[in-house]
Design a protein around this ligand. Structure first.
Ligand code: ADP
Ligand code: GN1
Ligand code: MG
Length: 367
């Protein structure tokens, strides 16, 4: 997106201070267009996050914003009750000049702005396992703080987001349609999915049968969706709230494992570097259980390893679907990146299949 246009339009839409000094593309999210904007006025420098929402992915942006308004207000209240810092421990939306919490520009793009969480970092890979532990405590905490949120007021921002069976059907449709003529080049990956069809309905089936409860969950618990305080090392703020909606706790756990417990980047091409670290798995599990504060049922706890495997399988299938459909969903920065991402996920699934008894043992050792 043209920075000049952002300066002239989106920035003007919000109640920012005077003295714009910088607009830079920011972060490594796969979905929205994110910018950091800086203002200097009267000796004070203030920074904000300005985001163009991806309305191809989020078809009803106003519903996404209404969810975020509700959830952040709820969290602020809880944080205040515990004597926390309401400006740093959750996102704060910056109002637009018309009083709304979003701004629609002349081209119909939806924008929103947040306070920039200062003095904290979002990591793309685990550098220190303590950070991973703290991220787990925070994601667990997040779920606990939202445990009594009125779930019926939340819109389903992406229908069937973690319905793995539905993802499987969409994948099969993409293979059949093969609109880019790419299927012949990925026969092995397609076969990998078809050999594991049963996995797709495992957790959804348990939810249908009432064996896993629906909770208000984050649904996108990647390590880079949490800010870690630069001084204390604590997970200070859970960000990227677009997909907060009813879901499964085991999926929130699993999505963190597939990303953070991997020994390599999500798009690593050298698959010999990719495996699921049992040390990091244990670290995260300990933190997550602590953060959830005893709210998980014994069966949820038992199914945490399956959550990891299912989320990794689902994510790999989503990357492959997007590759087959011409890379229209996840942002890519090079040709074949979604295929590379798919391959790391499938490598992890294979590794997790072998390590399932070990993961089970780790979990039972923690309860
Ligand atoms: P996406 O949905 O594209 O992943 P995110 O909301 O996760 O978008 O934002 C992308 C990145 O921008 C995050 O991973 C983080 O690094 C950074 N970011 C987002 N919001 C903030 C914030 N309020 N303060 C500091 N950094 C942020
Ligand atoms: C996307 O938005 P971001 O980059 O935090 C995606 C997740 C995937 C992840 C894979 C709304 O997360 O579901 O697991 O990429 N978010 C959406 O890295 O689809
Ligand atoms: Mg993100």
């Amino acid at each position: 997106m043209d920075i000049e246009r952002i300066r002239e339009e989106a920035v003007q839409g919000f109640t920012f201070p005077e003295g714009l000094t910088e607009i830079i593309p920011y972060g490594s999210g796969h979905i929205n267009d994110t910018y950091r904007v800086t203002f200097a006025h009267g000796g004070t420098v203030r920074r904000f996050i300005l985001q163009r929402m991806n309305t191809e992915v989020f078809r009803k942006p106003q519903q996404v914003m209404e969810n975020i308004i509700g959830v952040t207000a709820w969290l602020k209240k809880k944080i205040a009750e515990h004597g926390g810092d309401t400006e740093r421990e959750t996102l704060s939306l910056i109002p637009a000049k018309d009083g709304k919490m979003w701004y629609v520009d002349s081209k119909g793009s939806w924008w929103r702005a947040y306070n920039f969480i200062e003095g904290a970092t979002s990591f793309d890979q685990v550098k220190d396992k303590k950070d991973f532990y703290e991220s787990a405590v925070s994601f667990g905490n997040f779920q606990r703080l939202l445990a009594d949120y009125p779930a019926q007021t939340l819109y389903e921002t992406i229908p069937n987001f973690h319905n793995t069976s539905d993802r499987l059907e969409k994948f099969k449709a993409a293979v059949t349609a093969d609109i880019c003529g790419r299927a012949a080049g990925v026969r092995k990956e397609i076969q990998f999915v078809l050999e594991r069809e049963a996995l797709a309905d495992l957790l959804c089936g348990m939810q249908r049968e009432g064996r896993l409860p629906l909770r208000v969950t984050h649904n996108d618990t990647k390590l880079n969706n949490i800010m870690i305080d630069n001084v204390t090392g604590k997970g200070i703020c859970v960000i990227d709230l677009d997909t907060v909606m009813p879901g499964l706790s085991v999926n929130d756990f699993g999505d963190s494992i597939r990303f953070g417990a991997s020994t390599a980047a999500e798009d690593e091409r050298d698959l010999s570097k990719v495996s699921c670290s049992m040390e990091l798995f244990e670290t995260y599990a300990r933190g997550f259980l602590k953060g959830c504060g005893g709210k998980l049922t014994p069966h949820e706890i038992e199914m945490l390893p399956e959550g990891a495997m299912t989320m990794t399988f689902e994510c790999g299938m989503r990357f492959l679907t997007d590759y087959l459909e011409g890379d229209t969903y996840f942002k890519i920065h090079r040709d074949g990146q979604n295929l590379d991402r798919c391959r790391t996920q499938f490598k992890l699934v294979k590794d997790m299949e072998e390590k399932m008894p070990e993961m089970k043992k780790i979990i039972s050792g923690l309860v």
